[in-house]
Write a protein that binds this ligand. Structure first.
Ligand code: NIG
Ligand code: FE
Length: 401
């Protein structure tokens, strides 16, 4: 077969390329894209389409805006059950920390997830993944962390990989064995970390089920010292690291994680300048999670001006989970990022594409529209890219192209 027959020409569209400096990205009006099955081959103004592509059949995108498929770089998509009863307790005045300290919170989802089979986890999580795709997401990071035994963490990570295969979506997995202290280790958190470091990490590394390792460093979770032990072992095993840090207090976890080369530090409401500087020096991405900020009714916003001042790349994610952010919608997170956190629409959009890809270590493959990048594209029925940050609660029509 003629090689050119495998090429597809998308034309009569506008592009938000996601290429450019920290504060903006290139926009190309009346553009054309040439792609093959996997990759973008050529991008530019329609009138500059090279001769060699001019006789191929063209797909008319009817003046829609094309963006890279969104990258949701922080989710806990796989879990069983829900936390609606706790939500009602919080509406009546209980705090997230109080519920966690009373044995609820993450641990109540651990109990439900341990009781579920891998196939039940897939069945319960699949609708969430399908919703995400309807909201324009094409790549998703999925954490374990509701199993907290080797077997149950493996079950979650297998379910995550299987879901990606079932839906044809790119999934990047993070082992979050150090998410919360399981009930059988109460009063022995160092012994739990010993188990994570000596048994869980090596076993899961050999199975190739984790693309990275995450830790929840917080006074209701694990200390700086414990977090460091998990990261040291991960680095030894060749696994990239990321952190849930400075969400409810400043534990200085982000500075340490950045100094150890973390791909990302996430949440960051309590991040200080030393932490921001360390992240800038290491190229660690700041992942902001406005859904958790909203749902926990937090009042302290992440230090966006400090992140800007030091040139830290900012990403935005759903944090999809049953306790602090039961949402699947990146468009809603875009609205919250600009309204609550003061990001510009361009910063927010870079945060769900280029910078989110970087947070997963995939910054050279996805999240931008340029030759050589994966042709994972979404055409949006909008008048300008900022419209994706403008409406909330509904989502403009979109189509994978
Ligand atoms: O990102 N911060 C810790 N982990 C999740 C919450 C998980 C849960 O409450 O189930 C988060 O907010
Ligand atoms: Fe999270």
């Amino acid at each position: 077969m003629d090689l050119d027959q495998k090429l597809q020409v998308l034309t009569n569209c506008h592009l938000a390329t996601m290429r450019g400096g920290a504060a903006g990205f290139g926009k190309v009006k009346n553009a054309t894209i040439v792609r093959d099955n996997a990759n973008i081959i050529w991008v530019g103004c329609a009138k500059e389409l090279p001769q060699q592509y001019q006789n191929l059949s063209q797909t008319d995108l009817e003046q829609r805006w094309v963006l890279p498929a969104f990258v949701d770089c922080h989710t806990h998509l796989i879990y069983a059950g829900n936390r609606i009863a706790e939500f009602e307790q919080r509406l009546n005045g209980a705090s997230y920390e109080q519920i966690a300290k009373a044995g609820g919170g993450i641990i109540s989802t651990v109990k439900a997830t341990r009781s579920a089979t891998e196939s039940e986890l897939i069945t319960q999580s699949l609708p969430r993944l399908q919703q995400m795709q309807q909201f324009g997401t094409g790549t998703i990071e999925i954490k374990s962390g509701y199993g907290l035994t080797i077997e149950d963490e493996i079950k979650m990570l297998r379910a995550a990989r299987d879901l990606g295969r079932i839906e044809g979506v790119r999934v990047s997995t993070s082992l979050l064995g150090a998410h919360a202290l399981p009930p059988e280790f109460i009063g022995q958190s160092d012994a739990y970390i010993d188990m994570v470091v000596e048994e869980m990490l090596p076993k899961i590394a050999v199975l190739g089920l984790a693309d990275a390792v995450d830790v929840f460093c917080e006074n209701i979770a694990f200390s700086l010292e414990q977090t460091k032990r998990v990261f040291e072992k991960s680095v030894t095993l060749g696994l990239p690291i990321r952190l849930h840090g400075e969400q409810l207090s400043n534990s200085h976890g982000c500075q340490m994680a950045a100094e150890m080369g973390a791909l990302s530090c996430d949440h960051l409401e309590y991040l200080d300048e030393a932490g921001a500087k360390a992240m800038a020096d290491a190229g660690t991405v700041a992942v902001l999670l406005p859904g958790a900020f909203y749902f926990l009714k937090e009042t302290k916003t992440p230090p966006v001006n400090l992140l800007r001042k030091h040139g830290v790349a900012m990403a935005i994610a759903t944090d999809c989970n049953p306790g602090s952010s039961p949402t699947t919608s990146l468009p809603l997170m875009l609205s919250m990022a600009v309204t609550f956190f003061g990001l510009t629409p361009d910063e927010a959009l870079a945060g769900v594409t280029r910078n989110a890809a970087k947070a997963l270590g995939l910054g050279q493959q996805i999240g931008q529209i340029a030759p050589g990048f994966t042709a994972d594209l979404v055409a949006w029925d909008i008048n300008s890219p900022a419209e994706l940050c403008y409406g909330f609660g509904a989502c403009p029509l979109n189509e994978r192209v």
